[in-house]
Design a protein around this ligand. Structure first.
Ligand code: ZN
Ligand code: MG
Ligand code: ZN
Length: 502
């Protein structure tokens, strides 16, 4: 079974039909929107939960002295929440979530714009390109990662990033900006293909540093700035890591795309919110949300100046669910936790890289002091040493954690709630959750109509209507998918560690 001739009703799908009524419900909740738009921008907050929102919201108010642009957006524009389950799991990962947004149908976790039986789906940006619109992808993950990739190409394996790099060349978007040099560099690729030369031969300006990005002025732009994901905002900002910010990349993309005579579609992704959630790194997470917020300012200003543009902002799922927990008498010490976040000047990822494979307890103590702004005990330092050198992790009861970084985070847990010496932000695991997530729309004359609770496939419905795309992708039922999956081992179709590694 490779080709689905019949498009089934999209209403009765979803895990065990549990979410069956929502597609119909979404229609009636539409804001008075939405006729047609020349340009559509999707801003993806990957792995962004409502608890993450709370932390960044209060940090912005208390420490930065200004409210988030996202707070303004949520107060003034149509918004709601979206269910994020994939076809066969209540907890999604980024490819199935990306597929729901980009194709309007539910899929099994792990593939890009494709059903588990191999039926390819048409992502919305491919339809837009057919209509003559310019296409852009800007992300802080590898540019070939699941969220951007699901919007332009089909592949059964989200981790086949060398192959996805070639598919990007064939697809020919106008702007690609993100991380992932290792999937393009002939010295690193398994097949030794020079993908930089291939993009240059197709007319792209190829840039690989912030300076080159800032000086570029080509009409098609390809830029990758790090071997894997673009380093965390906290490291870029405080540790002098020389990469462009998400906002800087976005500001370079917009004029190129705006030059298109038929309009454009653009996905911007704040990808590393998710990774910081996996690693339980509250400060890295918070700073990547701030970086996203600065980018959101840019995008909202662009929409203000270009009112034929509609901006959709959404989170594909929650991750880790770090939350600011109540602490101390009448919970007053909880607010101190937000202020203590300001002491942190680097990510756990950076600390781990600097510590190397065989750190001493003294080196560990020193790096927590200088990077995380806190004193840890000799016993805690030894726990970190054991995690890195002997792979003895804590807490040993938490499976599906990404280690050893979770150990590095667990050592940061405070012991005295009444007198916090570190942010009182706790994580329950290093995994995605089933939490319904943010969804908002920004544009001219949209009013404040509430969208309410929708399914994540609604993003496709909305983009298709805005762009005048009539295509509806073939639907697969959960039962059909499970029948195909049954003979396979279900356990390792998706490896949590892959997202961190790649
Ligand atoms: Zn995701
Ligand atoms: Mg992503
Ligand atoms: Zn994730």
């Amino acid at each position: 079974m490779n080709r689905r001739e019949v498009i089934k009703s999209s209403v009765l799908v979803g895990v065990a039909g549990a979410l069956a009524t929502q597609t119909a419900q979404a229609q009636s909740n539409d804001p008075a929107i939405i006729k047609k738009a020349r340009n559509v921008i999707l801003f993806a907050y990957d792995g962004f939960s409502w608890d993450d929102y709370a932390i960044a919201q209060f940090y912005a108010r208390r420490v930065l002295g200004r409210p988030l642009a996202l707070e303004r957006l949520l107060k003034t524009s149509p918004n709601g929440i979206q269910n994020t389950n994939s076809l066969t799991a209540f907890v999604t990962e980024s490819s199935a979530a990306g597929n729901a947004w980009s194709t309007g149908v539910k899929t099994v976790n792990g593939g890009l714009a494709i059903h588990i039986d191999g039926t390819k789906l048409t992502p919305i940006f491919a339809s837009a390109k057919q209509m003559g619109k310019a296409v852009g992808l800007v992300t802080t993950s590898t540019i070939t990662h699941a969220t951007p990739a699901s919007f332009i190409i089909s592949n059964p394996d989200r981790n086949a990033e060398e192959q996805i790099a070639e598919q990007y060349l064939d697809f020919g978007a106008d702007v690609y900006l993100g991380g992932g040099t290792r999937f393009f560099d002939p010295a690193v690729r398994r097949d030794k293909k020079d993908m930089y030369a291939a993009f240059a031969a197709k007319g792209y300006g190829v840039v690989r540093s912030k300076a080159e990005l800032m000086n570029s002025n080509t009409s098609k732009l390809f830029g990758v700035f790090s071997s894997s994901h673009v380093p965390y905002e906290i490291d870029r900002r405080f540790q002098n890591v020389d990469v462009p910010s998400l906002n800087e990349m976005t500001k370079k993309a917009l004029p190129i795309l705006s030059a298109s005579k038929n309009g454009f579609v653009l996905q911007v992704e704040a990808a590393r919110i998710d990774h910081a959630g996996h690693l339980n790194d509250a400060a890295a997470l918070m700073w990547d949300i701030i970086a996203a917020d600065e980018t959101l300012e840019t995008l909202m200003a662009f929409v203000d100046q270009n009112p034929e543009t509609v901006l959709i902002v959404g989170s594909d799922h929650a991750c880790g669910n770090g939350a600011l927990y109540g602490a101390g008498a009448i919970y007053r010490a909880s607010s101190k936790g937000i202020e203590l976040l300001a002491n942190q000047k680097g990510s756990l990822e950076l600390m781990q890289a600097r510590l190397g494979a065989t750190p001493t307890a003294e080196q560990v103590t020193e790096i927590y002091r200088t990077i995380k702004g806190m004193a840890i005990t000799p016993a805690q330092a030894q726990i970190v040493v054991d995690a890195i050198t002997k792979r003895v992790f804590m807490p040993d009861s938490v499976r599906y954690s990404v280690q050893p970084s979770n150990t590095l985070a667990w050592v940061m847990n405070q012991t005295d709630a009444a007198n916090p010496d570190r942010p009182n932000i706790g994580f329950h695991s290093g995994q995605h959750t089933a939490q319904p997530t943010m969804f908002a729309v920004y544009g001219k004359n949209l009013g404040t109509a509430r969208i309410g609770l929708v399914d994540n496939t609604y993003t496709y419905t909305l983009m298709a209507r805005l762009l005048g795309v009539n295509l509806r992708n073939p639907v697969m039922s959960e039962q059909e998918a499970l029948a195909i999956l049954a003979p396979k081992t279900l356990t390792e179709m998706y490896h949590p560690s892959d997202i961190i590694a790649g």
